[in-house]
Design a protein around this ligand. Structure first.
Ligand code: GLN
Length: 208
C-alpha cells in the first residue's frame, strides 16, 4: 500500500516522515503518472493559490478530482483543507478547489496578528464515530492535540454530513466527511501521530 503526497509545494517531506512513523509507505506525486495505484493522497500545506496554479499546469487538478470522485481517501492540511473545500472566502478569483468537503473556509482567516501560533485543540468529545478507533483508544477522553497554525484557514461552516473532530474557540479545525479528512493546522509538524494513524487506517493500512 502506498500513499501519495502531493509534491508541488509545501511540507512534503514532513508528511512522508509522519506516514513512515505510522508504518506507511508513501511517494511524492509531482505529475499525473505518479497518481496511479495509490491507497490515499495527502494534500499538504503551502499556498493554496500557488498549489491551484501548479495543479492546473501539471494536469494534476483533473487527475486528483477524478480520484476524489472515486472515493480515494484524502488528508488535506492547511492549504490542503482550502483545496478540498466547497467554497473559499478571501481566495483569488482564479483559485480552483475540489469541493470534496462540504465546508466553507476563509483563507488566512486567523488574521494577520495571529499569522502563526501553536495551540492545543480538544478532541475529547464531540467526534462521535468520526475518529473510529483512531483517537484516544476507546475509554475516556483523548489527550488534546498539539496544533501548529500557519496562516491557517478558518472553517466558517460545515454541512450536516461533516463530522467535527476537533475545535479551537468553537471553530472546527479537524473535520471528516467519509474518505475526506482535513485539518486547518499542520499535524506533520508535531510529534503526535494520531491524525496520520487515523488516515492510514482510512487508507486500509498502517501500524501502531
Ligand atoms: N494561507 C495559505 C493558503 O491560503 C495556507 C497556509 C498553510 O498551508 N500553512 O493557502
Amino acid at each position: 500500500m502506498v500513499i501519495g503526497v502531493l509534491a508541488l509545494q509545501g511540507d512534503v517531506r514532513e508528511h512522508m516522515a509522519a506516514l513512515a512513523d505510522v508504518g506507511c509507505e508513501s511517494r511524492p506525486v509531482k505529475r499525473v503518472a505518479d497518481a496511479g495505484g495509490l491507497a490515499g493522497l495527502v494534500l499538504p500545506g503551502g499556498e493554496s493559490t500557488t498549489l491551484s496554479m501548479l495543479l492546473d499546469s501539471t494536469g494534476l487538478f483533473d487527475a486528483v478530482a477524478g480520484l476524489l470522485d472515486d472515493g480515494l481517501p484524502v488528508l488535506g492540511t492547511c492549504a490542503g483543507l482550502v483545496l478540498l473545500a466547497q467554497d473559499v472566502l478571501d481566495g483569488r478569483p482564479d483559485q480552483r478547489f475540489f469541493g470534496a468537503l462540504s465546508a466553507v473556509v476563509r483563507r488566512n482567516g486567523y488574521g494577520r496578528q495571529l499569522q502563526s501560533f501553536e495551540s492545543e485543540v480538544a478532541v475529547g468529545c464531540g467526534f462521535g464515530g468520526g475518529f473510529g478507533g483512531g483517537f484516544g483508544g476507546g475509554s475516556g477522553e483523548a489527550p488534546p492535540l498539539p496544533a501548529v497554525f500557519i496562516r491557517a484557514p478558518v472553517v466558517v461552516s460545515v454541512g450536516d454530513e461533516v463530522d467535527v473532530l476537533a475545535t479551537l474557540d468553537g471553530a472546527p479545525v479537524l473535520v471528516r466527511q467519509g474518505a475526506v479528512l482535513a485539518a486547518a493546522f499542520h499535524p506533520e509538524l508535531t510529534a503526535d501521530r494520531r491524525i496520520h494513524r487515523l488516515f492510514a487506517g482510512m487508507c486500509g493500512g498502517g501500524a501502531d
